[in-house]
Design a protein around this ligand. Sequence first.
Ligand code: EPS
Length: 389
Amino acid sequence: MTVLRLITAGESHGPGLTTIVQGLPAGLELDRDALNADMARRQLGHGRGGRMKIEKDTAEVTAGVRHGRTMGGPIALQIANRDYANWEERMSPWPVEAEVGEVHLPRPGHADLVGVWKFGHSDVRNILERASARETAARVAGGGLAKAFLAVLGVQVRSHVVQIGPVRSSARPERPEDFDGVDEDKVRCLDPEASRAMVEHINAQRKANESIGGVFEIRVFGLTPGLGSHVSWDERLDGRLTGAVCSIQSVKGAELGDGFALAGTPGSGAHDEIFYSEERGFYRETNHAGGLEGGMTTGEPLILRGAMKPLPTLTKPLRSVDISTREPAQALRERTDSSVVPAGGVVAEAMVAFVLADAYRRKFGGDHIDDVRASVSAYEERIGWRRSA
Ligand code: EPS
């Protein structure tokens, strides 16, 4: 059970998306522009398709906030689908006069085939509309509220792209300021040379009718030590964070800190030795663990990467089977994005912010934001934690 809850509703080409976030304290000040800036950041990135020219996402608050502050009840956010104007008959919630054709061509790699079996549909559209990554707009809206809560506690969540196709970035950002300008880069990459090669790679692959995967990295600064817990499997943040990131459409892998590389490193080089000095208190000189030990934050920056597979909607479709005739056929061919890794990082910021905000809510409680702040300060004083920033 989480203390903070995030529910999204909505289909890709339906009237719109809805987000409900429950469990934030009262008195939290929200910034409408900051929420909408994140909505716009999610739409960025070289490699997005025609749909992004249609949408200009904003999150409208319809409940839980008054004069810019949370009241303590559930917060509701609405995001319109502008494209619904082109889909009104096909996606109407109510019966229509017109004949609406069904989709029978499941795409390998998408939820299409298993979804129609499981939910008993004959029309793949009943699955693909909800499985679509359009839903991530609603997550970003909800994650924006979690980020606002974390910001009050001195926590900053950042992301950048570290790989697109085979091209890797060599950037190793150590502080929040190192991310300045990342959203101005075409692929949200902090290594200019790699960024150029990534754009070229996307262009070449797009010409060849391919889609392209990649890896984004999240870094979180200013976390208090001891969020999460070693005592139960479902309270360990390693699992909660990677689970949340792997719940993002197209993500097939997640790693923390040095992650998979640790498996091949001798123990003496794999862990972060502990030091103490009068001015710094307890500290580490390395962060192989990515800011987590025993399922708990250590107070070092959290480092998490997510690997996205290439999108399953291809302009050169793969082999499939028509589910109505059971004859061989080509998979559904649709307008699509060729690369969404830059957007994936923004969505992962939202998911990570949500999990961390929930961890703060569990540990520190509080009905008003000032109660939370006071509780965090009292705890940090008890353990003698010195904030570096
Ligand atoms: C998506 C397919 C594309 C993307 C969409 C996710 O939409 P369409 O089928 O309308 O061209 O643009 O992503 C978004 C709309 C978005 O806001 O991110 C898919 O099948 O997952």
